[in-house]
Design a protein around this ligand. Structure first.
Ligand code: FAD
Length: 402
């Protein structure tokens, strides 16, 4: 525990007290986020998950918490804006995911994906204009990279096209899985320039002529998060809405490198949420006249879950400290995403197991984590793709195509 005497926020799921790295101001904002989640969000989660809807009434109060700002600063963000510390950003995601992975994904669609598209992809002038509106959510955006025919092989396969036409660009193609697209103002769309074959980025007005969105139904994971298929048919985008710093897929890869660490925090928070729900359950439920938690075999599973959560948290904290020092390498965030996802997958399965039959009901609070973990395991680079990124760094051989 740090020097302050206030109660710890994360208790057992932060076993080695990574929270001590936060400032008091950061902990206060995270405490307010906790209160919002406990009082306003948690009572809605099971119902909305079952219905496959997002609780839109949470969006306003979540935005009002000003989570994207550094905890110490108040007032509107300006062009010279100082970004929040990585460790604080990470714990905000952890806290959200500990309650619900869709809420964390919804938040990172704006705070991670879209914000990164603007901070990395926009020119300094564009950034000065757009970033304050990204941070206060008055410009809501999404990251549209994946396509129906190209997921893991998007780097070489990206087929959406862009053609220059005077002062505009004409976009044609399709995107798949885009989280938050149905309620966004703009879609950050990545398309291949017909002239030079390079991938470029565009902020496309969601309501522009030729843009069609279709909600993806029938998901068995992250049911609350709204994902969409997007069709682009001769969509006209003015040149000033092109992301001027995106000139090849290398620039998109730089964004992915930054965003993958957010997903590692989501995986860690999801594992923590499932572990905590399981721990609560086994201390209350009795069989053979004793609480489940008093049995040796259950304690072994609790110990493994705690070990997984502690390993994952230690990993993301260290990665984030490196990134705060400016060290960004593909293999580092790929390793964190791959490893935390593996640890999460085992943890949610153990949590579900110790809750027995009730573990498959939403009421016991582990089934949601168990199901949602599958989407996290696959998005922003599957296990295999992240392993291949690490393998390439270790051996110097790219093994993506054989
Ligand atoms: P595929 O590429 O078809 O892969 C299928 C399987 O084959 C995987 O197991 C994969 O690991 C394996 N595989 C593929 N290639 C290889 C290889 N070379 N070697 C070994 N194994 C291989 N995308 C966005 O752009 N924006 C979003 O907001 C977004 N949100 C998402 C939200 C959800 C809930 C989901 C499920 C996806 C989202 N995605 C989004 C897309 C996501 O990033 C892709 O699903 C992911 O990159 C994998 O692509 P794929 O689903 O097409 O799988």
């Amino acid at each position: 525990m740090g020097a302050e005497t206030t109660e710890r926020l994360y208790g057992v799921c932060d076993y080695y007290d990574a929270e001590a790295l936060l400032t008091d101001a950061e902990r206060r904002v995270l405490g307010r986020l906790r209160t919002f989640l406990d009082e306003q969000a948690k009572p809605l989660l099971a119902d909305y998950w079952e219905r496959g809807d997002f609780p839109d009434q949470l969006t306003g109060p979540l935005i009002d918490l000003d989570l994207m700002e550094p905890a110490e600063v108040t007032g509107p963000p300006g062009p010279g804006h100082t970004p929040a510390r990585g460790i604080y950003h990470g714990f905000r995601i952890f806290e959200l995911a500990r309650s619900d992975a869709s809420l964390a994904t919804f938040y990172t669609a704006q705070a991670g994906l879209f914000r990164t598209a603007v901070t990395v992809g926009a020119s300094p002038e564009q950034r000065a204009e757009w970033l304050p509106r990204v941070l206060d959510f008055s410009l809501k955006g999404v990251f549209s990279l994946t396509e129906p025919e190209h997921g893991s092989d998007i780097a070489g396969g990206l087929a959406t096209s862009a053609r220059r036409d005077g002062g505009d660009w004409i976009l044609n193609g399709a995107k798949r899985w885009i989280g938050g697209a149905l309620t966004a103002d703009v879609l950050a769309v990545f398309a291949r320039d017909e002239a030079d074959g390079q991938v470029k980025g565009f902020l496309v007005d969601r309501q522009a002529e030729g843009v069609t969105l279709e909600k993806i139904h029938g998901k068995a994971s992250l049911r609350m998060m709204q994902n969409a298929n997007i069709t682009l048919a001769d969509v006209r985008v003015p040149e000033p809405m092109r992301l001027h710093n995106v000139n090849s897929f290398r620039d998109v890869a730089a964004m992915l490198r930054m965003m993958r660490s957010d997903v590692a925090w989501i995986a860690t928070g999801t594992a923590a949420g499932a572990f905590e729900a399981a721990l609560r359950y086994v201390t209350e439920r009795e069989q053979f006249g004793r609480t489940l938690g008093s049995f040796q075999l259950v304690q072994e599973k609790l110990a493994r879950m705690l070990g997984n959560v502690t390993s994952a948290l230690s990993l993301v904290v260290r990665l984030t400290e490196q990134q705060d020092r400016g060290v960004y390498r593909d293999q580092d965030s790929a390793l964190a995403k791959m490893q935390t996802s593996l640890l999460m997958r085992e943890t949610v399965a153990l949590a579900r197991e110790v809750v027995g039959g009730n573990g498959i009901t939403l009421a016991a609070d582990v089934a949601r984590f168990h199901a949602d973990a599958e989407a996290i395991y696959s998005y922003e680079g599957t296990h295999d793709i992240n392993a291949l990124i690490i393998g390439r760094a270790l051996t110097g051989h790219s093994a993506f195509t054989h």
